[in-house]
Design a protein around this ligand. Structure first.
Ligand SMILES: NC(=O)c1ccc[n+]([C@@H]2O[C@H](COP(=O)([O-])OP(=O)(O)OC[C@H]3O[C@@H](n4cnc5c(N)ncnc54)[C@H](O)[C@@H]3O)[C@@H](O)[C@H]2O)c1
Length: 420
């Protein structure tokens, strides 16, 4: 393919060199005359291992040519990949000025009579909604809504500087965002030599991916450092603690505890997080991330209550399936379902709870105390299989994924574990 790359910075220059190595004809475009001249001379203006060698090869083979004229040769190209910067504004948001400008330049240069569409692929990190709210309107204004002269794709970049070439050819994943969430033939053609899982999504999911990844990486570093600070204060070997922690690929370094769904609860997590917060304050470790966890969890419980009761009138019939903190247990201590049940009762809904694993008469000790302190009328709201199947509910809240096993009559079923 003939591919234009707009923005010859860390991402764009690497992409231009690697695409040329992959056999494509690449047109590099940058506003900086200096970067253009250097790249045309096979010189890398950034320090990136192996990049200059690839640039030299690409230029020598005639596969890479750069310009600072945005409209030059764009109509000979099959694809334009946008890699311009999206730096922070003072308020923290991304500065979308370069994205808007380059989009206007490309849209103005596209021949409306093209025989095949120019596939315009955005790789810069942009806020969810940018393609639909900013970029598509720019192209539609220039070329007309429904024009077949262009198609838009969002394809986030996952490379890391210093290993950028290796990452370009071995990405952890490929995410392709399109208006309908379906595949794009030119993207598949470009990625055919890459061995990585491919996800086709709508624009918004693809745009959000990079935020989620980078923020999670930041959470990991901040968490590791907070644990490290605690270790230093408590005369514990941070190295050994790290070694033990990462060795657990079942529960720690794994998809467990990462799915959006219910709040955390039960007899261990809230108690031990609270106690670690206490220890941290005691030794002055200033663990802001750890200190924020219980408040974040309470905010999530309230969000779930609002999600479950959206549009419900006071007095509406609500069935909650599952009350124990997880399926297969009768442990009610700090179960987030108890908090939800309490909020529902306080808001005046006619609440029933179905949890066949729970026998109020068998509850003892702290479990009994917790249940009756937070839900004194627990025995009265627990209902049998017959009541559940014989009643019509305004909403059923499935907290443990078992609603599908019951024959329910309900206006709406909310599955807390998938936030749907
Ligand atoms: N650097 C990374 O490791 C990395 C990794 C993944 C994603 N990203 C994202 O990719 C995007 C680019 O990052 P970068 O680090 O390569 O930025 P950069 O600042 O190094 O490069 C951006 C380039 O765009 C050029 N440019 C600006 N306006 C232009 C225009 N109208 N036409 C042509 N060129 C123009 C600039 O001159 C510059 O050379 C950002 O959104 C960034 O968040 C970066």
């Amino acid at each position: 393919m003939k591919i234009a790359v707009y923005g010859l910075g860390y991402v764009g220059l690497t992409a231009a060199a690697c695409l040329a190595k992959d056999g494509h004809d690449v047109l590099g475009v940058d506003v900086s005359a200096d970067k253009v001249a250097k790249t045309n001379g096979g010189i890398s203006h950034i320090a990136e291992p192996g990049l200059e060698d690839l640039l030299k090869q690409a230029v020598a083979q005639g596969r890479l040519h750069c310009t600072n004229q945005p409209d030059e040769q764009i109509n000979d190209c099959d694809m334009a990949i946008v890699c311009v910067g999206t730096p922070s504004r003072p308020d923290g948001s991304h500065n979308m000025g370069y994205i808007a400008e380059v989009s206007r330049q490309i849209a103005a240069a596209v021949n409306p009579e093209r025989r095949t569409p120019l596939t315009v692929v955005y790789r810069s990190t942009i806020r969810p909604g940018t393609i639909e709210g900013l970029i598509a309107p720019i192209f539609e204004a220039a070329l007309g809504a429904g024009s077949s002269a262009f198609e838009l794709v969002y394809n986030p970049e996952f490379l890391r500087e210093a290993v950028a070439i290796k990452d370009f050819f071995n990405p952890p994943k490929i995410v392709i965002g399109t208006h309908d969430g379906k595949a794009n033939a030119r993207m598949d053609e470009m990625n055919k030599n890459l061995d990585a899982p491919v996800f086709y999504t709508r624009f918004r999911e693809a745009e959000f991916t990079k935020f989620v990844d980078n923020t999670f990486h930041a959470v990991k570093v901040a968490f590791a450092n907070e644990i490290g600070r605690l270790c230093m204060q408590l005369d514990i070997s941070a190295r050994q603690v790290h070694e033990i922690f990462v060795s657990d690929t079942k529960l720690n370094i794994s998809p467990y505890y990462l799915r959006p769904g219910d709040a955390f609860g039960g007899s261990c997590l809230p108690k031990d997080v609270r106690a670690l917060q206490y220890i941290s304050a005691d030794v002055g470790a200033h663990t802001h991330l750890i200190d924020s966890l219980l408040r974040s969890n309470e905010a999530h419980k309230h969000h779930l209550f609002e999600h479950c009761t959206a549009g419900l009138k006071p007095g509406a019939r609500v069935l909650m399936i599952g009350l124990a903190f997880k399926l297969g247990s009768d442990d009610l201590r700090e179960s987030p379902k108890i908090d939800l049940a309490r909020k529902l009762l306080q808001a005046g809904y006619a609440l029933s709870v179905y949890d066949p694993g729970l026998k109020p008469r068998q509850l003892v000790g702290q479990n009994l105390g917790y249940a009756f302190a937070y839900l004194p009328n627990l025995p009265n709201i627990l209902v049998s299989d017959e009541t559940v199947t014989g009643t019509h509910y305004d909403v059923v809240i499935d907290t443990n994924g078992t609603a599908g096993r019951l024959s329910l009559k309900a206006n709406r079923v909310v599955d807390i574990n998938t936030l749907s």
